[in-house]
Design a protein around this ligand. Structure first.
Ligand SMILES: *[C@@H]1O[C@H](CO)[C@@H](O)[C@H](O)[C@H]1NC(C)=O
Ligand SMILES: *[C@@H]1O[C@H](CO)[C@@H](O)[C@H](O)[C@H]1NC(C)=O
Ligand SMILES: *[C@@H]1O[C@H](CO)[C@@H](O)[C@H](O)[C@H]1NC(C)=O
Ligand SMILES: *[C@@H]1O[C@H](CO)[C@@H](O)[C@H](O)[C@H]1NC(C)=O
Ligand SMILES: *[C@@H]1O[C@H](CO)[C@@H](O)[C@H](O)[C@H]1NC(C)=O
Length: 251
């Protein structure tokens, strides 16, 4: 009995040492959960992999930067509805290019709500929900209506209705949900407003929406050489002052 114990003792000590060393080495390998640092809407969308057009629009309008700043500083958080590249491709050709620079900015602001909503929140939120475009045009609503059935949430603009699909991110302070259609505000695309069926000017460079058909890995993060983009950028520069003013006002 005693001899068995004596022969097993070194083995026990060895096992104990191995156990302790794994515990000790395991500790530094488990840092605080979640990467620190400010939230970056572009990085969230890049992980999604199908938002090349939306990323570029957020970039050219500077609205992406504004979201990052506001998300970092506001207590309300924000919610972004991100249309896929397919959604932009499914627009009537030239839809974006036909909008004035200021309307293009408003269209993007319409996809951003100055409050953090979980999908559950959206199921029970009171309609209409304000967006970053709300209050422009002399107090126009620019609201989104949400309806739910079961755990499925739909968003309606009065012009289009589509599902709010999966969340690219749903942690405070920023929620990002995928939508399969561009959210067209009634204030801009409703009856008696801009016609969606008017033919696109053929002489002009392709619409922004058409760019998403190109190799997205090549396009992402690479400045476009297309004259159309430069044209749009200049246009957005014009509207940017208004955007900054608007966001400042909302904050
Ligand atoms: C956000 O992420 C994008 C893409 O990963 C990067 O190019 C950009 O520099 C980041 N912005 C900030 C403020 O970190
Ligand atoms: C986020 O906010 C903190 C404090 O309000 C500030 O110090 C920091 O510079 C901000 N970071 C960014 C990326 O804006
Ligand atoms: C949104 O909901 C509000 C309140 O229920 C309603 O008055 C409005 O007409 C709706 N708008 C759209 C575009 O569905
Ligand atoms: C949600 O929208 C989709 C797509 O437009 C539609 O097929 C579906 O019936 C809607 N669901 C509800 C509950 O309204
Ligand atoms: C954003 O725009 C800048 C120039 O305004 C450009 O250098 C950069 O590559 C663009 N980033 C993305 C992700 O489109």
């Amino acid at each position: 009995m005693a001899t068995i114990h004596l022969t097993l003792a070194p083995l026990f000590l060895l096992l104990a040492a191995i156990f302790l060393s794994t515990v000790v080495t395991a500790q530094p390998a488990a840092p605080a959960p979640g990467p620190a640092g400010p939230v970056n809407i572009t990085a969230v969308l890049e992980k999604g992999g199908q938002f090349v057009t939306f990323i570029r629009l957020l970039n050219t309008t500077q609205i992406g930067n504004q979201i990052n700043i506001q998300v970092n500083s506001s207590t309300e958080g924000m919610t972004v509805f991100a249309p896929t590249d397919n959604a932009f491709q499914n627009l009537k050709p030239g839809t974006l290019n036909k909008l004035s620079p200021d309307d293009q900015v408003k269209l993007i602001l319409y996809h951003v709500s100055p409050k953090f909503y979980t999908l559950d929140d959206l199921l029970s939120v009171s309609n209409p929900v304000g967006t970053q475009a709300t209050g422009r045009d002399g107090g126009a609503v620019y609201g989104l209506n949400f309806t739910g059935q079961g755990n499925q949430v739909n968003v309606s603009t009065g012009v289009i209705e589509t599902r709010v699909s999966n969340a690219l991110r749903d942690e405070r302070p920023l929620a990002v949900y995928v939508v399969d259609m561009v959210l067209l505000p009634e204030e801009m695309f409703g009856k008696h407003k801009i016609s969606l069926v008017a033919p696109a000017p053929k002489s002009k460079s392709p619409a922004v929406s058409d760019d998403s058909s190109e190799d997205s890995s090549k396009k992402a993060g690479v400045p476009s050489e297309k004259s159309g983009s430069g044209e749009m950028k200049a246009g957005f520069g014009f509207g940017l002052g208004l955007v900054l003013l608007c966001l400042k006002f909302i904050v």
